[in-house]
Ligand binder design. Structure first.
Ligand code: 0O2
Length: 270
């Protein structure tokens, strides 16, 4: 395979990684805009490097003709969650999508690898549109918590440094760290509800403030300046109280005022 062909082969995978990243980021945004907790904390993706593809083909005896079928992680997406419980939710969200078809899954959380590696993997089919028409390809989606990701990232770089021969004393330390990660995830799960409540409240507060400021900005176009300044002063006063209920009440009231002005403006135009 020459360089040009590699580029041609990998191009649709690059598109798939970009599209899937945008789509999962959009899911986060949708949750936040509705003031809901997002089971996805962050998303990233990569196309496997040519050297890593070649290494896998050699290790597994995969022929060039079978590469796209048998190297299942040419396109790789990593979804990071805050809590172990979120992983299942994300897998469920993915299974319900019409643009992603699950081919297989590997649960390295229930069945931790000997190395200590924990993560939930899905191999999926995803179709991209290219100038030559649709292309159905495979992608690997890794779903794991921030803590699992921390461990995997460190261990991966050690694997890179030592190849398959990580010294025994480092291996022991990594095993200890893997156990610590399990108990950290368990600890965080035990206060999950409290953390989620706190995060939801601050997201709701951010959304309310954005809405209120948009409404005030629009009122400047529809109402007289002094009146809007009074509303703005009241907003600053309520904001300083740091009371979500008060903010909600003000948001509702302002909505009604803005609605009134909008109706008035339409009547004036007729
Ligand atoms: P990279 O650099 O992440 O792209 P394998 O035979 O293990 O190479 P297989 O059987 O296709 O791969 O699938 P598996 O075991 O599910 O592993 C796929 C990916 O999971 C790996 O990709 C790693 O990203 C991650 N992974 C699996 N095991 C470990 C582990 O012990 N430690 C760490 N840090 N990550 C792991 P690649 O191919 O290694 O490459």
């Amino acid at each position: 395979m020459d360089i040009l062909l590699w580029h041609e082969i990998l191009e649709p995978y690059d598109l798939a990684v970009k599209e899937l990243t945008v789509k999962f980021n959009h899911l986060i945004k949708e949750h936040h805009e509705k003031g809901l907790y997002s089971p996805i904390e962050s998303v990233c993706g990569r196309v496997k490097s040519v050297s890593s593809i070649l290494e896998k083909m050699q290790r597994k005896g995969i022929s060039p003709d079978d590469m796209e079928e048998q190297v299942e992680d040419i396109a790789g997406i990593r979804i990071i969650c805050q809590f172990v419980e979120d992983i299942e939710k994300v897998a469920e969200l993915i299974s319900k999508r019409s643009d992603i078809v699950i081919k297989s899954e590997k649960d390295y959380i229930k069945h931790m690898k000997d190395s200590g590696y924990r993560s939930y993997h899905l191999i999926v089919y995803y179709t991209v549109e290219t100038m030559n028409g649709p292309k159905r390809l495979q992608a690997e989606i890794q779903i794991r918590t921030m803590a699992m990701d921390f461990w995997a990232t460190i261990e991966h770089s050690l694997q890179y440094k030592y190849k398959a021969n990580i010294p025994e004393h480092i291996r022991d330390r990594l095993e200890g760290a893997a156990r610590a990660i399990i108990s950290l995830d368990n600890e965080m799960s035990s206060v999950r509800n409290e953390i989620m409540d706190a995060q939801n409240s601050s997201q709701i507060q951010r959304n309310l403030i954005t809405d209120i400021l948009n409404n005030i900005e629009n009122l400047y176009k529809l109402s007289n300046k002094r009146e809007v300044e009074k509303i703005q002063d009241e907003f600053y006063h309520i904001y300083a109280l740091n009371d979500l209920q008060e903010l909600k009440r003000f948001h509702k009231e302002l909505d009604l005022i803005a609605e009134g002005y909008r109706a008035q403006a339409i009547t004036d135009e007729l």
